[in-house]
Design a protein around this ligand. Structure first.
Ligand code: UDP
Length: 254
């Protein structure tokens, strides 16, 4: 592929200029970080799996009418996406207590919540992504009340749909993080799902055994991290045929 201009490099992904105005290429790396990048590592094949898993989930969501930035997968590690104005919030949904909810509030990990909880975190590495309330979000102009209403409505739909989809393959969707962006079309603005949905930003537990199949295997040094991600892809029926070690580099699929 021709050399493209790199626009941004994050912890797990790189964004390149896309082939047409208003598009970007999202490249999935094997790099993994946790605890605000204090822990760093590599999970072999993670980028390939997350590219595929995110493609699959975004496509299923688009089919039920959830707008997303995803256009199509280009190759093993890249996807074409729409360029959006990222809203600087991480929207976390929780169905079962785990992670920071358990440690902050003393709710035992694994306890099913009586109803799903939505939390907001301000995307700012220097501040360590602090949790914020709606009041902060609207006061500082990170999103309007209307933006928030749209994000909550989409988040609840995504949660219901993904909870059912994962349960169908024997996986409990414990919690996950979404990011949204503003997509401008002519004079109209729409809030769309952005970033990725993958075991990097979801907690996925085997519905019977409770075995973790997500980034907690890396965060908590549980071992078999790649295997966890692979098992999620296998259950979704989308394990890349060529395997996850794309030593040949990107390869056009279309
Ligand atoms: N999460 C994420 N990015 C972050 C923080 C959290 O994708 O910067 C996801 C995480 O994978 C989990 C959910 O959001 O599925 C809730 O995470 P939590 O607040 O429990 O934080 P953690 O324990 O991961 O630090």
């Amino acid at each position: 592929m021709a050399r493209r201009r790199q626009l941004y490099e994050g912890k797990a992904k790189i964004l390149f200029e896309g082939p047409e105005p208003g598009t970007l290429v999202q490249y999935f790396k094997d790099d993994a970080t946790a605890f605000n990048a204090q822990k760093k590592g590599t999970i072999t094949g993670k980028g390939v799996l997350n590219n595929r898993i995110s493609e699959y989930l975004m496509t299923r969501l688009a089919e039920i009418g959830v707008p997303t930035h995803f256009i199509r997968r280009l190759n093993m590690r890249e996807q074409l996406i729409r360029e959006v104005e990222i809203i600087p919030l991480e929207v976390v949904v929780r169905n079962v207590a785990a992670g920071s909810l358990s440690s902050r509030l003393g709710i035992p990990e694994g306890q099913r919540l009586p109803r799903s909880i939505i939390e907001y975190y301000y995307k700012n590495d220097q501040l360590g992504d602090p949790m914020v309330a709606e009041e902060h979000i609207t006061c500082f102009g990170w999103a309007s009340t209307q933006d928030l209403d749209d994000m909550v409505a989409l988040t609840l739909r995504v949660n219901d749909f993904l909870t059912g989809l994962f349960l169908g393959v024997g996986i409990t969707l414990v919690d996950f993080k979404l990011e949204f962006g503003r997509l401008w079309e002519n004079e109209e603005m729409r809030i769309v799902l952005a970033d990725e949905i993958s075991p990097d930003n979801c907690r996925l537990w085997d519905a019977k055994t409770g075995e973790k199949m997500d980034k907690d295997r890396f965060r908590r040094d549980l071992g078999k991290v790649e295997e966890g991600y692979q098992e999620v892809a296998r259950r979704l029926g989308i394990l890349p045929e060529a395997g996850v070690r794309d030593m040949k580099g990107p390869e056009a699929m279309q």
